[in-house]
Design a protein around this ligand. Structure first.
Ligand SMILES: [Ca+2]
Length: 232
């Protein structure tokens, strides 16, 4: 389409006025005496596409499978039309200041948060509960699995507190405070790594939607109320 003689004529900008002759996958590049249709960034000519000024058709570059992406090792590459995203792998969360889904995402590993027992309280039930937490920390696989196991451990403790019932009221309050504070920290940390979508709880009776705040907090508060009744 370039013609050395056309520079003598006034240029017509074929790309102007919203009437681009190019395919929508390309952008129109005007020059004196003609124009070109070039693939947009993140796109490439369709194999066999005529390389003509107004007939070039482009397709998305799959940066993930072609290895052109810049995703950090802690992320997985998600191809998108004209670009790609880097999303934290399951069990990882974006480092502060590094957004998820962007090409610059950097993530940090999330593990079961530290949760120490209340000091100077002697209770086999409580010791058994914290042994379970140690197992959860050692065998961490995913946030959702840990939340489910943690929920089960708290349920077991609350349904069968055994020697916790015989503690002095001041120590019972200390245990209840520790449970609430520990749960809040653990669920806040683990919740960051949850996949989007409804969280479910699986048990022999079936799988049901899990509402953490309702489920666990009500259980702990019921225990506190029970202990307070015993105190009276
Ligand atoms: Ca792409």
């Amino acid at each position: 389409m370039r013609n050395k003689c056309l520079w003598l004529l006034p240029d017509v900008n074929e790309c102007a006025g919203g009437r681009s002759p190019c395919h929508k996958t390309t952008h129109c590049l005007n020059f004196v005496g003609g124009y070109e249709c070039r693939c947009r960034r993140g796109w490439k000519p369709v194999p066999g596409s005529p390389n003509g000024p107004d007939s070039t058709v482009c397709e998305d570059v799959d940066e993930c499978s072609s290895g052109q992406h810049q995703c950090h090792n802690c992320t997985e590459c998600i191809n998108t039309p004209g670009s790609y995203k880097c999303r934290c792998r399951q069990g990882w969360v974006p480092k502060p200041g590094h957004w998820n889904n962007q090409t610059t995402t950097v993530c940090e590993d999330i593990s079961f948060p530290t949760w120490t027992p209340p000091p100077a309280i002697k209770s086999q039930s409580l010791s058994h509960f914290f042994e379970k937490l140690q197992d959860l920390r050692r065998n961490f696989t995913s946030a959702q699995q840990s939340i489910q196991d943690l929920t089960q451990a708290v349920d077991d403790l609350l349904e069968n507190p055994r020697d916790l019932e015989t503690l002095p009221p001041s120590e019972q309050h200390c245990v209840a405070t520790n449970l609430l504070a520990g749960l809040e920290r653990a669920l806040t940390a683990l919740g960051k790594a949850l996949p989007k979508g409804p969280l479910t709880f699986s048990s022999p009776a079936g799988t049901v939607p899990l509402k953490l705040s309702d489920h666990i907090c009500i259980s702990v508060f019921n225990l506190i109320n029970k202990w307070q009744l015993n105190e009276k």
